[in-house]
Design a protein around this ligand. Structure first.
Ligand code: OGA
Ligand code: MN
Length: 200
């Protein structure tokens, strides 16, 4: 995959870019179906906040359900994972980000008003998550469903609707963001890219 100049520039100046029709309708529907099947199989767990002994579950802070995914090659989620691999390579080549491996997470907001309060995905200096890439798999998102991703930019806030086949990429250490209450089931697949210096 190729990144456009305006996408690379937006990442540098605003800390994010967005691309619609990332994989095409057919793939997007297949990804939606596989993600929904994982949810229905009961494999997702309430998302925790903080790690290790400090870990707590607080639905007022973060009300989604998550699982890590390592999809098989021939699945639609496998194709998404390969697209994320190519995205990481393109970001390293085009934006000199030096990205290595990524973790892939499926998050499901059940639609009961669950949200995720304002946060950053990483803190500078901890050399962990460098880039966040989110792919939305909501086949029929409508404004009344809510669950928009609100980005806190220097110029103000920007609401990103979690529409089918939309990709959002941002600098994990830089961009504060939140998920506003979702009033319909909401599916997102997120890749967190680590720096090349991180071994795990
Ligand atoms: C996250 C997150 C945003 C979204 O999981 O850290 O901020 O739009 N998700 O799902
Ligand atoms: Mn986040």
């Amino acid at each position: 995959m190729e990144l456009r100049d305006d996408e690379i520039e937006a990442l540098g100046t605003q800390g994010f870019f967005m691309r619609d029709a990332f994989l095409g309708k057919e793939q997007a529907h297949a990804i939606h179906a596989e993600a929904k099947a994982l949810v229905e199989a009961g494999t997702l767990k309430p998302a925790g906040i903080r790690r290790g002994a400090d870990r707590t579950e607080d639905a007022a802070v973060r009300g989604d359900f998550i699982t890590w995914v390592q999809p098989a090659l021939e699945t639609a989620l496998g194709a998404l994972s390969r697209a994320f691999t190519e995205l990481g390579e393109a970001l390293s080549a085009g934006a000199y980000l030096g990205l290595g491996r990524f973790d892939l997470q499926l998050a499901h907001y059940p639609g009961d008003g669950a949200c995720y309060v304002r946060h950053r995905d990483a803190f500078p200096g901890q050399s962990n998550r460098r880039v966040t890439a989110i792919y939305y798999a909501n086949t029929d998102w409508q404004p009344e469903h809510g669950g928009v991703l609100q980005l806190h930019l220097e110029t103000g806030t920007l609401d990103v609707e979690p529409r089918l086949d939309r990709l959002v990429v941002f600098l994990s250490e830089q961009l504060e963001h939140e998920v506003l209450p979702a009033h319909a089931p909401r599916l997102a697949l997120t890749a967190w890219f680590y720096g090349r210096d991180v071994a795990r």
